[in-house]
Structure formats: structure tokens, C-alpha cells
Write a protein that binds this ligand. Structure first.
Ligand code: AHR
Length: 521
């Protein structure tokens, strides 16, 4: 019975896809004049938290034959470079809200071991501010430090900026010199705390109390270095009783003349084991971005010379398996998600949402870099790359491209009762003017249908040789492991398009992620 139904469905899908090869069912209409905004390099940021094996045993492992003299794992550095990471957020996350940066400087053997009350572990403090900033320099990535707006004080935040950025001879700048670093690090991006609206956060505050703290911290930190950029802790509490919009509205209103970004965090998961519903979570992402963009506009409205404010999506990923009641303060929290093929497709979905609003999403940080909900997974002998690694590395090549507002029509579905219908094709488009090429990013989130699609460039001829990067794997649940990470990988090819009137038809296979590189003439 099941087999007969399966065969019938397969036959139907085949017939549909063949039919569509002649008459496309979907359309992507591109106009290079319909510019959204530049894809900022910081959209390809990442995040390293003192949690589980992200820092210790991940990026830093003293005494390992795989590490260099500073204790940095060379294999992880290499994988990080190839991932195209532009920016690195540190030291948390929830960890930041209990962290005293002064514990992590000076001779390593004299640093105190402290309990971390965010995740229930002990921290040796052998990796601290200097190690983090040297790591960033070695990788050539921009550092982003998140201050402690939970248990910490305004003055500690001010002193941290002084330690890191002060050029003159002052107490904290001289401590830095004593610790071997003369030249200021010049850290430009600072977060004013992490997820302070969440009751789980150490030092959780209401919006009014947080605003007062953040305003004073901004003032104090900018007195040390007026050039720094600040990120307010936006709401990450989307629970049924939380009013995430009210939090964002209030802090934007209160902090609008001090901040450069407001943060957003989103983790998704295929808890119901429903592929198409899982990949419909772009509805939430798009809505959150839209709403916060509107709140920014509302806060700026009527202001003379309003300060530009952008969204820093500074934590995002799939995270649901390595999560549960033991998540906080158990001493064994590791968040070691093993990612599968469908999670790799979700990476495309996230980036498509960010790129579609590249005018306002000017930063995004995958959470996290290694071992902890991460694309890179280590043990003492080496590492493997998880399937999510590959789309992240590929989308990163679109930094500095111009995002375009493409018109997309495709067959629709309703992911869950009560939700709005949405297209099977999830699309974003960017334009690289130097290469004179369009990058067309297409997630086909139909589990069953290949979708023949007409692609039209409104003005200007296109070349017939189209570059195709694609990820497509039969088993949605397939994963990688040590010694076996070459299975769920992208394929590159060239498609010779039959170009007519500045357009052609391409069939996007079911459950696949494709990036077409279309050269303009
Ligand atoms: O990335 C894991 C955790 O998720 C972070 O520490 C916290 O900010 C978020 O809740």
C-alpha cells in the first residue's frame, strides 16, 4: 500500500517536473536597479563562547601536537579561514553575563579558576582578552567583545575598553603593556550585554533597568574611545508570555542616540520531524527582521539627524537536539549538535532572509564556531566539517555584493494550520558589479517537487555559461563524522543555458540548495 502510494507520488513528481521543464512553474525576475543594500562582510560573522569545548578543546588546546606555541589549534584556524569568517564575537553568550575580564589577563598560572554560573562549568581563565585578540589578529577577523551587563558594572566595562584600546599611559593600558602588548588593539565593536531580557540570563533586567545600565555603559566606554560601535541587547525571548516587541521598542526609544545596532537571536529546530515546516521558519526570521526594522524607523522618526541603527543578528543557527532540561548549570552542558543535510539547507534559508534585508541586517554571527552548535567538530586527533559548513563558506563569497529585490513566484504550501502560505522556492539575489555577475541563491524546500523556473534579467543580456554550486543529497538525515566528512558536500558545474530574451529556464531539484552565478554581458 505504502509502496504503491510512494510510486504514484514519484510518478506524479516526475511528470510534473518534466512538464515544468517545458513550461516553468516558477519565476525569478531580476532587475539590477532594484537595489536593497550592500551585503556587509560582517554578515559572515561567527561566535566563540566559553562553553563546553568551544574555547578549551576547540580553538585553544595547550600542549596538543595540533596546536601552535600560543595554544591555538592550527587545524581549527585553517578551517575557520576557509569558512570565510569575517568577525568573531566573544566571550559569550550567557557566559558574558557572569564574566570578569580581569580574571583572564596576566601570567596564566596566576589566573584564578572560577565557576561559570551560566553553564555550570569551571573556567581556568587561561584564554582571556589578550588570547582572544591575538587569535583574531592571526586569523585576520574583526573582534567583537560583549560586555557583562548582567552581574558586571559600568566601570568594569569602561576599564575593559581602556585595557584594550587606550594608547596613552594609564593604569589599564600599562597593565596591557606589562602583559606584552604595547600597541592598542583598537577593538571597534562592543556589545552592551547578552540576552538581558531573558529570565535565564545572569543579572536579567527589565527594559527600563537595562536601558539605564546601557546608557551609562555607553557613555563611560565612549569617554575612553569615542570611535567604538555599540550593540544593544535586543529581545531573544520569544516565549509565549514574553513581549519581545515591547522590549525592542523601549530600548530603541531609550538608546537610539547611543547605539549602532540592536541584536536579534534565533535558533530553530526540526522538532516535529517535518522537513517542509522546518524550512518554513524563514517566515519567523523575515517577520522578526521586518518588525525590528519598523521599530528602528519608529524610534528615529521625527529626530533631527537620527543615528543610523542596524540589526546585528548576532546568534543564529539550528539548535534543538543537544538541548534540554540539562541545558543550564549542570556542569555537563556541551551543546554538541551533530548536523545533518537538512540543517545545511537551513543555512541557505537564514542567509536568504538576511540578504533580502541587507539594508538593515548589517551583521550576523553564526552560533558558534567549533564543537558547540558549530560547523567544525574536533577531538584530540583532528576535526571534521559538518554539512552546515559548506553553505556558510559559499554564501560568504557574496560579501560586498549588492542585494537585489527580485520578484519571485513559485508554487506555495501552508507549512502548518493557521500559517500563511509560502513559496517552495526561498530566494535571494546579489549583484557583483566588479564581476558583472548575478548570484541567485535558491533553496527548494519542497520534499518532493523539482521546480522548473524561468529566470529573467529585466535589462541586459546574459551569458549562456552559468556557474552552478549546489548541495543535494538523498538522505535528509545524513551526517558526517571523523574520517567521513566528504559525503554531504557541494558540487560545482557549468550549465549551458538556452538563453532567450535575457532569460532561461533552470530546474531546481527537490530539497536542494543552489547558487547560480549568471554573468551579464
Ligand atoms: O549560543 C548558546 C547560547 O544561546 C548563548 O550563550 C546564549 O546567548 C543563547 O541563549
Amino acid at each position: 500500500m505504502f509502496r504503491a502510494r510512494h510510486l504514484a507520488l514519484t510518478a506524479l513528481a516526475l511528470t510534473l517536473s518534466l512538464a515544468h521543464a517545458q513550461s516553468p512553474q516558477a519565476r525569478i525576475k531580476i532587475d539590477t536597479d532594484r537595489k536593497v543594500g550592500e551585503v556587509h562582510p560582517n554578515m559572515f560573522g561567527n561566535f566563540a563562547e566559553h562553553l563546553g569545548r568551544c574555547i578549551y578543546g576547540g580553538i585553544y588546546e595547550e600542549g596538543s601536537p595540533l596546536s601552535d606555541a600560543s595554544g591555538f589549534r592550527k587545524d581549527v584556524m585553517e578551517a575557520t579561514k576557509n569558512l570565510g569568517v569575517s568577525l568573531l564575537r566573544w566571550p559569550g553568550g550567557n557566559f558574558a553575563s557572569g564574566y570578569n575580564w580581569k580574571d583572564g589577563i596576566g601570567p596564566k598560572d596566576q589566573r584564578p579558576v572560577r565557576p561559570d554560573h551560566a553553564w555550570g562549568d569551571l573556567d581556568s581563565n587561561r584564554f582571556g582578552t589578550d588570547e582572544f585578540l591575538q587569535y583574531c589578529e592571526r586569523l585576520g577577523v574583526t573582534p567583537y567583545i560583549c560586555i557583562n551587563a548582567g552581574y558586571g558594572t559600568v566601570n568594569e566595562a569602561r576599564e575593559w575598553v581602556e585595557y584594550v584600546n587606550e594608547a596613552r599611559s594609564t593604569y589599564w593600558a600599562d597593565q596591557r603593556r606589562k602583559n606584552g602588548r604595547d600597541k592598542p588593539y583598537g577593538v571597534k565593536i562592543w556589545g552592551l550585554g547578552n540576552e538581558i531580557d531573558g529570565p535565564w540570563q545572569l543579572g536579567h533586567k527589565n527594559a527600563e533597568d537595562y536601558s539605564k545600565f546601557a546608557l551609562e555603559a555607553a557613555k563611560a566606554m565612549r569617554r575612553v574611545d569615542s570611535s567604538i560601535q555599540l550593540i544593544a541587547s535586543g529581545s531573544s525571548n520569544f516565549g509565549p508570555n514574553a513581549d519581545w516587541i515591547a522590549w525592542n521598542r523601549e530600548i530603541l526609544q531609550n538608546l537610539r542616540s547611543e547605539i549602532d545596532y540592536i541584536s536579534l537571536h534565533t535558533y530553530i529546530g526540526n522538532r516535529e520531524n517535518n522537513f517542509e515546516r522546518f524550512l518554513a521558519t524563514s517566515q519567523d526570521l523575515d517577520e522578526r527582521i521586518e518588525v525590528v526594522a519598523g521599530l528602528i524607523q519608529a524610534a528615529q522618526s521625527g529626530q533631527r539627524n537620527p543615528r543610523p541603527i542596524y540589526i546585528a543578528y548576532d546568534e543564529w543557527n539550528v539548535w534543538y537536539r543537544a538541548r534540554g532540561n540539562t541545558e543550564f548549570a549542570t556542569g555537563s552542558t556541551r551543546l554538541e549538535e551533530i548536523y545533518n543535510y537538512e540543517d545545511a539547507l537551513a543555512m541557505g534559508m537564514f542567509f536568504n532572509s538576511f540578504i533580502r534585508r541587507a539594508d538593515v541586517v548589517k551583521m550576523a554571527n553564526l552560533a558558534q564556531l567549533v564543537n558547540v552548535i558549530a560547523p567544525i567538530f574536533t577531538n584530540k586527533q583532528g576535526l571534521f566539517l559538518q554539512p552546515i559548513y559548506f553553505p556558510i563558506a559559499e554564501y560568504g563569497k557574496q560579501r560586498n555584493n549588492m542585494s537585489l529585490n527580485a520578484l519571485v513566484t513559485s508554487p506555495t504550501y501552508t507549512p502548518a494550520p493557521g500559517r500563511k502560505p509560502l513559496g517552495y522556492l526561498d530566494v535571494s539575489v546579489t549583484h557583483n558589479t566588479k564581476e558583472n555577475a548575478l548570484y541567485v541563491n535558491v533553496l527548494n524546500r519542497s520534499e518532493k517537487l523539482d521546480i522548473a523556473t524561468r529566470l529573467d534579467n529585466v535589462e541586459g543580456a546574459i551569458q549562456s555559461a552559468v556557474g552552478v554550486w549546489t548541495m543535494n543529497y538523498d538522505d535528509l538525515k545524513a551526517t558526517h563524522t571523523f574520517g567521513a566528512d566528504k559525503k554531504i558536500v557541494p558540487a560545482n558545474s557549468t550549465y549551458t543555458a538556452k538563453v532567450e530574451k535575457n532569460g532561461f529556464t533552470y530546474t531546481f531539484p527537490k530539497h536542494s540548495l543552489t547558487i547560480l552565478k549568471v554573468k551579464l554581458q
